[in-house]
Ligand binder design. Structure first.
Ligand SMILES: NC(=O)N[C@@H](CC(=O)O)C(=O)O
Ligand SMILES: [Zn+2]
Ligand SMILES: [Zn+2]
Length: 345
């Protein structure tokens, strides 16, 4: 049995660091594990301009431990009013991606895009400037079942968008269905996908059997087991279009344990350890490094990290709650055992 894994330092290609006190609490956990992270712009109010993104970047750097070399990669939140000029300015200032939230699809998405077809000139400029489009891939029409919203997005929004913009590089974030996995595989180029630890480790039974478990509630919602199986298969397949993006999305415990609990799982406290748990369960530990550390930078056209991290087998119990004396957060899979620990240094 392997007792230690050393791998190129991984990156997180989908992360919510929030702002203010919560950002101070959660940022060190990501900075310890990852070299870089694509930071989501869904603050309140959202990060829609380059100036806001650069100011946010400074606040994040201020929340990193002093010795940390963590690099936040900044994104802009697309709205109906994002112009080609704004994209050119963003590119000039080192912003590497824009995020599409269909209006109303998820946490803090109210100012999201109403009709993506109206943003054609902006998206063309993104393709020209080499800025990636990251999508929360769910439609929002009330009549579409919540379990079908990802598939409907692929058919009604994503496929036509990719046909209109063959040069635009797109990442379908947090994919949750066999349909999304098959769609990404079916494209020739320019489409990648991130997969979260919760969608690899769990399915909707974990959310709903024996009581409603709000800490497994995220969007897109956990799907049935056969979708989980399809995601597991592509994650270990060695297909370089699928890579790590935690979607770690912390919320105060009391906003999740509520009559109307909000969406988001907190995984940054042990993100790479959770993925290692899954790869080991799947008998594919030797594929972890490609998924976690190689395929993401390759897709983004960035260099791979040149330092390494080590995980050691040392089983521990995930605490029931973290940051109890500040804003308490319940971690993903609280109370369960994780086999791996990050070695210091
Ligand atoms: N995934 C979630 O359930 N929530 C995210 C938003 C998102 O990534 O859709 C959040 O910001 O809380
Ligand atoms: Zn999302
Ligand atoms: Zn997210």
């Amino acid at each position: 049995m392997t007792d230690s894994i050393t791998l190129t330092r991984p990156d997180d290609w989908h992360l919510h660091l929030r702002d203010g006190a919560l950002m101070q609490q959660v940022t060190p956990a990501s900075a310890r594990r990852f070299g870089r992270a694509i930071v989501m712009p869904n603050l309140t109010p959202p990060v829609t301009t380059t100036a806001e993104a650069l100011a946010y970047r400074e606040r994040i750097l201020g929340a990193c431990p002093p010795e940390s070399a963590f690099t936040p990669l900044m994104t802009l939140y697309l709205t109906d009013n994002t112009t080609p000029e704004m994209i050119r300015e963003a590119a000039a200032q080192g912003i590497i991606a824009c995020k599409l939230y269909p209006a109303g699809a998820t946490t803090n998405s109210d100012s999201g895009v109403m009709d993506i077809r109206k943003l054609q000139a902006t998206l063309e400029t993104m393709a020209e400037e080499g800025i990636l489009l990251l999508v929360h891939g769910e439609v929002t029409q009330a009549e579409i079942d919540i379990f079908d919203r990802e598939k409907a997005f692929i058919d009604n929004v994503l496929e036509p968008l990719l046909s209109r913009l063959p040069e635009l590089r797109v990442v379908m974030e947090h994919i949750t269905t066999a349909d999304a996995a098959a769609f990404v595989r079916s494209r020739e180029r320019n489409l990648g996908a991130t997969i979260t630890p919760q969608h690899l480790l769990f399915n909707r039974n974990h959310l709903l059997v024996g009581g409603i478990r709000p800490h497994f509630y995220c969007l897109p919602i956990l799907k049935r087991r056969d979708h989980q199986e399809a995601l597991r298969e592509v994650a270990i397949s060695g297909d370089s279009r699928f890579f790590l993006g935690t979607d770690s999305a912390p919320h105060d415990r009391y906003r999740k344990e509520s009559a109307c609990g909000c969406a988001g799982c907190y995984s940054a406290f042990a993100a790479i350890e959770l993925y290692a748990q899954f790869f080991e369960e799947a008998g594919a530990l030797e594929r972890l490094e490609d998924f976690a550390s190689h395929f993401g930078p390759d897709f983004y056209g960035l260099p791979r990290n040149n330092d390494r991290i080590t995980l050691r087998r040392a089983p521990w119990t995930i605490p029931e709650v973290l940051h109890e004396d500040a804003e308490p957060i319940v971690p993903l899979n609280a109370g369960a055992t994780l086999n791996w620990q990050l070695a210091d240094g």
